[in-house]
Design a binder for this molecule. Structure first.
Ligand SMILES: [Zn+2]
Length: 252
């Protein structure tokens, strides 16, 4: 199995206000927005999250215009950050994706779900239900009649070598994913359960919806990483990002 990390844009944020309260308050930084692609040994293409909508390339304020959050978060996307372009670099199109797994349904994780009408889209059932009722999850990106969802519960092995790990706190029923690779070993896609190393180093969880629960989930991931000698891939860490292999390179 191969794991590709696709760069699909950045967000210019007030770091303290958005991801690490108490650390770098008022400092503007660019954070990466990743999408992950798995190519299984039996030839299936699996996308983990779908990034920000392509519309942000020409209209950065497309999602949050006029909203309070736009003062501390601005999407920054170049044409090559379109998920369609990133897949094309690997000779793939959206129709080639068999399965999409959403860690959760915030705008930077499900923004292009609409493209994957031939895929099955896997989401935690309770998360999906909460997201449909809550304005912080832009429903226009995921609650679409032409999409086929498979709603899961608990922590199943979604496909061989890919386990769901429940990590609530960032959002209700947020899920991380444990990916078992032959050569590179176990990797944990934390998504927004851990945004960045500073959250761990400074015990800074105030940017999460439920800080106490987020801290417990982060500890769960740390424990898992230790137990399995796994690499933690943080959700939006610009420092770690520089050290990672990006598509077309891959982990395997
Ligand atoms: Zn995010």
């Amino acid at each position: 199995m191969r794991l590709y990390i696709l760069p699909v844009g950045e967000a210019c944020i007030d770091k303290g206000a958005v991801i690490s309260p108490g650390v770098d308050d008022g400092k503007r930084v660019h954070i990466p927005i990743p999408v992950y692609l798995l190519q299984t040994d039996d030839g299936r293409n699996v996308l983990i999250d779908t990034g920000m909508h392509r519309k942000h390339i020409t209209d950065p304020e497309y999602t949050f215009r006029g909203q309070e959050i736009s003062k501390v978060l601005l999407p920054v996307m170049r044409p090559e950050d379109s998920i369609v372009r990133r897949l094309a670099e690997l000779d793939l199109s959206p129709q080639d994706i068999d399965l999409v797994i959403n860690t959760h349904l915030h705008f930077d994780h499900c923004g292009n779900n609409e493209l994957f009408k031939d895929a099955t889209i896997v989401v935690q059932r309770q998360h999906f239900e909460v997201a449909k009722e809550h304005p912080s999850f832009p429903n226009q990106y995921f609650d679409l009649p032409h999409l086929r969802y498979q709603l899961i519960e608990g922590e199943p092995e979604i496909l061989p070598g890919v386990h769901s790990v429940l990590t609530p706190g960032h959002a209700p029923w947020h899920q991380s994913l444990l990916i078992s690779l032959r050569h590179d070993g176990d990797m944990v896609i934390c998504a927004d359960a851990i945004y960045c190393q500073d959250n761990l180093d400074h015990d800074a969880w105030g940017g999460q919806m439920d800080p106490e629960e987020a801290k417990r989930s982060a500890e769960k991931l740390l424990h898992l990483a230790e137990e399995r000698d796994a690499t933690l891939l943080y959700g939006h860490d610009p420092d770690q990002w520089r050290t990672l292999r990006k598509s077309p390179a891959y982990y395997s």
